[in-house]
Ligand binder design. Structure first.
Ligand code: HEC
Ligand code: HEC
Ligand code: HEC
Ligand code: HEC
Length: 553
């Protein structure tokens, strides 16, 4: 059984042929999926020191995907704009609701079990489709209720276990971490139709087309699940390499929002919330490395009013673009500041305005993000409604190491920033101009660069509030937006060098000396992963030629 969507785009190529989505269809399962709340033998709230695999999973965004107030407000817009297509959203955000055919209407049709989001059974009853399916929540759920996992056995009185490597493969994540609109053709930044449907998210393919999917690379699970010592279930064997379900990115805003709106989802002690917040901070800290490349002496010595260059390199250490996934309002950017001893910090570039929740667009701003739009009758405009998007206007996100998109995926080529000629660089070099501040006497201080992660911004939230105006979802989003201080960006990594500034007015001999010499550059966050240089090659140049042909750049 397949679902057929009727194309709406005029003059479309792929999309106009109609699009079918496969996998298990609504009401097809005789033995329905169980909610996560019936899997509590795999959690241990009372003693968080003894790990069990589901420890704190309920506080990750996948478990909160149907409660997430940003999602709920965006769904209202999708439902209004494309009522016949909006059930697509629930395939991934409320899979149990979709499988039980409660996804055709509005969110009120979902029952409590559906609100548990991506539940244990969705992953642990998923099996490979033949031919494989990628994207749009086209999961194939086994007709048997047995749980599928790479190891384990049926504990007394528990459920059966079928051993399979599929659950532990990136192919299982691919089902939802690739998101396309089957009824819309993709368009490039110039509005040209691409030979591929429009993709809103391509985290899986970003990984696939990088060094990480090659031999010796890392899979989604290698990076997104840590291992620890613990018991697989209550009374089950203890493993040294138990998989912790700490699937997080950097989204603390939505987590904190659900903690306000649906507090009763978590245990009274809040142990899951604390764990998930720590995981998110840890995840952000290992997502990138930052270094100051200029001045090579790693120190600045200037006169007031002098300008100096500050070279900064930001390197993506994740296995996909940085940031990846959801395109709206999510970005990484650099904040550069000077703090002279005894004075307040002065932001040179990358100031976030708490009043609006937006990043201030100064001339030197360096941010990594993507903007999507809609091409209609040859006219392109910025679009915020996810279900209407069909164009990638810009994509300046940092590519992953060794990134070389397959020619069938021309929509993945960076747009609006030069990352070389493929494989695209997984780092970015940017030079800032600093002006030495006024000082009454020779003063020492610090120049600091911080890589910041912004989960959502004022522009996105204002749009969603306007679309969900007068609804309960709109009210809730407004409540948490205010309560959480407009989603302040979070620091990922930072690096500092010392600066000495002397008053500029009078002639100062010996411009080279400074008394700040004992301060050494410091780096916080980041990990020791080695970020090797992007490699070129004739094959790559040939491919690039092909790509350039497909996509006018
Ligand atoms: C193929 C699976 C899939 C489908 C279909 C899907 N989403 Fe999502 N959605 C995701 C994933 C995965 C993320 C998280 C990506 C990330 O963290 O960057 C996400 C994130 C979001 C977010 C951001 C949430 C936050 O807290 O920042 C919103 C809003 C959202 N989706 C709305 C929608 C709407 C509306 C639809 C239907 C038009 C939809 N999604 C369809 C998988 C899907
Ligand atoms: C997003 C997919 C996903 C979800 C959702 C998920 N798991 Fe898992 N789970 C995995 C992966 C991947 C592994 C590790 C590979 C394996 O064991 O097959 C795993 C492993 C396990 C294991 C075996 C641990 C080990 O180290 O052998 C248990 C038990 C388990 N999960 C229980 C649960 C429970 C209970 C839930 C719901 C609260 C859940 N899982 C939700 C993907 C998921
Ligand atoms: C049934 C669909 C589905 C499957 C399968 C799935 N995901 Fe997700 N995932 C989602 C959705 C939906 C979200 C976003 C929820 C939101 O932000 O509202 C998400 C979010 C995430 C996030 C980001 C969380 C954050 O804090 O920003 C990570 C990391 C993640 N998933 C990893 C994985 C991995 C690894 C696998 C494979 C083992 C996997 N997912 C399989 C649907 C899925
Ligand atoms: C080399 C390690 C690594 C690999 C491999 C990896 N990730 Fe990530 N991922 C990270 C880190 C670190 C972050 C946090 C930074 C961030 O949020 O962008 C992250 C963030 C995410 C996010 C949140 C996106 C965002 O920017 O907010 C999603 C969703 C995600 N990963 C899914 C996946 C999936 C699916 C795969 C496999 C196809 C995968 N990851 C492979 C390290 C990895």
């Amino acid at each position: 059984v397949t679902t057929t969507f009727v194309a709406v785009a005029l003059g479309a190529t792929l999309a106009s042929q109609g699009a079918e989505l496969g996998g298990t269809q609504p009401n097809e399962l005789i033995l329905g999926v169980e909610p996560s709340s019936s899997c509590n033998c795999h959690d241990n709230f009372n003693n968080p020191d003894v790990y069990r695999p589901a420890h704190s999973y309920r506080a990750t965004m996948m478990a909160l995907s149907a409660r997430d107030p940003l999602f709920r407000a965006a769904f209202i817009a999708a439902r209004e704009d494309r009522p016949e297509l909006s059930e697509l959203c629930l395939r991934c955000h409320a899979p149990a609701g979709w499988l039980n055919d409660r996804s055709k209407g509005d969110l009120d049709a979902l029952i409590a079990d559906d609100l548990e989001g991506v539940t244990c059974d969705i992953c642990h009853r998923m099996e490979a489709a033949d031919p494989p399916l990628v994207g749009d929540g086209q999961y194939t759920i086994s007709s048997r209720s047995a749980k599928r996992s790479r190891r384990g056995n049926a504990p007394g009185g528990g459920h059966q276990v079928i051993r399979t490597s599929y659950v532990a493969s990136a192919d299982s994540c691919a089902i939802c971490h690739s998101l396309f609109n089957p009824t819309e053709d993709g368009h490039d930044e110039d509005g040209n139709v691409l030979p591929v449907v429009y993709y809103e998210q391509r985290t899986y393919e970003e990984w696939l087309d990088s060094d990480f999917s090659k031999a010796g690379g890392e899979t989604c699970i290698d990076c997104h699940m840590t291992t620890t010592r613990g018991e697989a279930a209550e009374g089950a064997p203890v493993y040294d390499d138990l998989k912790v379900h700490d699937f997080v990115g950097g989204n603390r805003f939505a987590l904190d929002a659900v903690a306000i709106l649906d507090r009763n989802v978590f245990s009274p002690s809040g142990v899951e919330l604390r764990a998930a917040r720590e995981w998110a901070d840890r995840s952000l800290a290992r997502a990138a490395s930052l270094e100051i490349t200029e001045p090579s002496s790693q120190r600045l010595s200037l006169q007031s009013g002098d300008t100096a260059s500050l070279g900064v390199r930001l390197t993506n250490l994740t296995g996909h673009k940085l940031p990846s996934g959801y395109p709206e309002g999510r970005r990484v950017y650099m904040e550069v500041s000077i703090t002279m001893d005894g004075q307040d910090k002065q932001i040179v570039s990358g100031r976030w305005d708490q009043a609006t929740g937006d990043l201030v667009r100064d001339e030197q701003l360096r941010s990594y993000d993507t903007e999507h739009g809609r091409v209609m009758n040859g006219v392109s405009r910025r679009e915020h409604s996810l279900i209407l998007m069909n164009q990638i206007i810009s994509d300046t996100r940092l590519p992953p190491r060794g990134f070389m998109p397959d020619p069938s995926r021309p929509d993945m080529i960076p747009a609006g920033r030069d990352y070389g000629s493929g494989p695209y660089r997984h780092y970015d070099d940017h030079t800032y101009e600093l002006v030495a501040p006024d000082v009454p006497m020779a003063t020492t201080g610090t120049v600091t660069v911080r890589a910041m992660y912004q989960a959502t911004d004022g522009e996105t939230v204002r749009y969603l509030l306007q679309r969900a105006n007068g609804t309960e979802e709109g009210n809730k989003l407004e409540q948490v937006w205010e309560a959480l201080g407009h989603a302040p960006p979070r620091e990922m990594v930072s690096v500092s060098i010392p600066i000495t500034v002397r008053p500029g007015a009078v002639d100062v001999p010996d411009a080279g000396t400074s008394d700040a010499g004992t301060i050494t550059p410091t780096t916080t966050g980041g990990c020791g992963c080695n970020a090797s240089q992007a490699r070129g090659g004739l094959g790559a140049i040939f491919l690039l030629g092909l790509l350039a042909f497909v996509r006018r750049r």
